[in-house]
Structure formats: structure tokens, C-alpha cells
Ligand binder design. Sequence first.
Ligand code: MV4
Length: 447
Amino acid sequence: MFSRILIANRGEIALRIIRACHELGIEAIVVHSEADRGAAYLEVADGTVCIGPAAAAKSYLNIPSIVSAAEIADVDAIHPGYGFLAENPHFAEICGECGITFIGPSPAAMRLLGDKVAAKELARKAKVPVVPGSEGEIKNEAEAVKLANKIGYPVILKAAAGGGGRGMRVAHNDISLHNAFSQAKTEAEAAFKNGTLYIEKFIVEPRHVEVQIMADQSGNALHFFERDCTIQRRHQKLIEESPCPVLDEKTREELCRAALRLIKEADYYSAATVEFLLDRDKRFYFIEVNTRIQVEHPVTELVTGQDLIKWQIKIASGQTLDLRQRDIRQTGVAMECRVNAEDPARGYAPSPGRVTKFILPGGPGVRIDTHLHQDAMISPYYDSMVSKVIVHQPTREEAIATMKRALREFRIEPTKTTIPVCLEILSHNLFAKNQVDTSFIERHIGL
Ligand code: MV4
């Protein structure tokens, strides 16, 4: 096992990883930018290293700075958390070359699954259902039009290097496809320096369901069931839950087995999330793989009773995932609400600054993952998420009731947050009746 780990991240996930390290008897050294100097979560670290100015490009994304920090702190491994460098195969490769273990998958697996066209091809090979569409890259507009007429409109153009909703365009006919093609191409080239596009049948009003996988370096791979992340605004998740409330046992088993087949086909190790779209007929289609631990991992931790961050660390150090699939069970219902420092009344504009009042909910069935506290500063430089409220109860109705009372207990001033939006969703009858899809917020809550 490692003696010392460098945490190349900030905020709540840095704190979450420090806690896992300490429970495993590992020292946690945490990097920070000049903007995060003196932040409270750094107090519980065993050491800190300043890696540069506030702008993430000069600190949390600065590979030479982070690798230097790792060398100076003499760590055995680096945990990247989520965001920043977590899915950068080049960074993972450099860590390896410097003799530092990257706590995550191999650079090769990350590179393979980071290419959505290659990932889809792998899914086909593993007999995992995929959305009907192009088998590989579409080279020009003529090819796009031909394929669109074959699969039928509406279609969606996606960037091979994209993901998380960036660089996508929907088309309903040949004319709109003409515009969509050049727009998607230009956008992909600008955003990812890779203009490779592929085309899919556009699934109307889907749910977003993802499967948590953990695999070790000895070929053991297990699933930790699914999360439903349908409640999103502009590709930002607001509420996640497990189990997915509309899956029957048979479909759940097929979904989780399919995700496992794909991960095994990739010779993958570490944590992964396999994303699917679920259509109105409850058919599921693979869309992409996330090769990192995700923000919403606590939902899975609560229903399975497993510590996913500890597993990531153990697996990276070479330990085996010594669990049997039948010993991983989904018990009760877990739900997470993300509390973002944003003003819903002003188009979700960031609401940074000093927090003068901060009182957290608690009590039975409530877990809070946050790095924030009274008198803390919310930096305008980074992600606006300031807290995750996660609840665990025997039934979905009870989980919703606990979440509502927890969010009503939450006091944060003068910061504007997404709490009122979460409360509105939690009280909506369509949410209670599981009649939501990914367009729920824009249609029933408002952008
Ligand atoms: C789709 C789709 C409909 N049909 N693909 C958005 C994020 C990225 N992971 C994939 N996304 C979508 N892909 C096909 N073929 C609709 C979406 C989509 C979406 C997916 C999950 C959650 C929210 C979403 C919001 C808008 C669009």
C-alpha cells in the first residue's frame, strides 16, 4: 500500500480523498492554487503545496507544477479526483514515467474510451446495445445526409472527442443537417482540436442512466449497480438517485451486465461509469464511458455500503477487488442534490464571495459532502458546487421527504444557491411519479 498520496484537486473531492487516505493509514498531501491558500479543507491534510495562481490553467491543470509538487512531497501516487486532469491520458502517462502511480485507469484505456467512436466500436464488439448510427467517423456532409436518411430523422451529430454534451447538434431534415454538420465540425475543431464527427438516431426524451464499475489489475470487474441522473440543466446534473426508479429487475441486470462486458473488453482497471440512454420503451443504449470517479459517487456508496474512493486507492496499489458480485447489493434508495452557488433568478449566474451564515442539515439518513463553512470564501475561479446533500432511506418516498427537510434546514447567506430549484423539483408530481426525462427542467422548471 502507498505511504503518501498527492491529491491533485480542490474543494469537497479533495477533502473526500483526504478522508479515504486517513482511513487507510496513508498521508495525504494536497496541492492548492493561490486562491485556495488557507482554505479549511487543507487543514486536515498532512501537507500542502502551492502550485500556482488562481486560474486553473496555471495551477490545477498545470502538469509540470503538479508533477514537481509530487516529486518534492515524495509521494507514491497521485489522485486526480474529478474534472481538471482526471481524464487526461497524457498526464497519467507522465505520472508513470516519473515513477508515480496515477490513481485511475491505464493511459491506454483512458485514451481508447475517451474516443467516443472507438468506445462505441468496442461496445458493439462486446454485444452492448448502441444507438443506431454511423459505424465510425462520418467524413463529409454527403455521407451524413445518406446515413440520416437511412436511420431516419431526427439525428444527432456528436464529436468523437466530445462528451458531456459538448459539440452536439440535432437535425430534423436534410436542410438542418447541412447547417448542423458545419457547426458541429467547427465547434469540435475549436473545442477539442479534433473535428471527427459521428451520427446517431436522436433518442427523444430519454432518461440518463449510468452504471458504476470497479475493476482491479488482476482481471476482476464488478458492477455497483446504476444511478439515474436524468435531472439535468444544460448538461449539469442537479439530482441523482439509485436505484433508477423505472427499471425492472430484469432490465437492471441486463444493463449492469452490459456495462461489465464493455469494461472487460477494454482491459480496464479502476473506477468507471458507463452511461446509457433509456428510451420510453425502457430500451437502453450505450453512449459513453467516464474514466474517473464521479461527483455523484456517494449515491452508490450509500446503497451498496462500499467506499469507492478506498477501492480506487487499493486497486491502484495492486490489491484485488476481493468481493463477489452477489455480495454487492442495492439497499434502499439514495438521492443526491447538488448545491451550487448560482442564482436561478439570474440565469444561474455564479454567486461567489464570503459566506456569512452556513448551517448544515443533519440527522438520520443525511450525508453532507462539503469543504465549505461559515466565513469561507467561494472563489469565482472554479466550479460553483459548494455542497452535496445525500440521503439514504428505505423507499423513494422517504428519501424525497428526508431530502426536502434537509434542504429546508440548510442555511447559507448571502449566497444564492440551487436549493430552491431542487426543492421545486422534489415537490413536482411528475418527479414523484417518475414521469421525467432529460428535458424536464427546461419544460417544467424553466432555464
Ligand atoms: C443523445 C441524446 C439523444 N439521442 N444521443 C448529452 C450528453 C451526452 N453524454 C449525450 N447526450 C445526449 N445524447 C442520442 N443519440 C440526448 C442527449 C442529451 C442528454 C443526455 C443525458 C442527459 C441529459 C441530456 C440532455 C440533452 C441531451
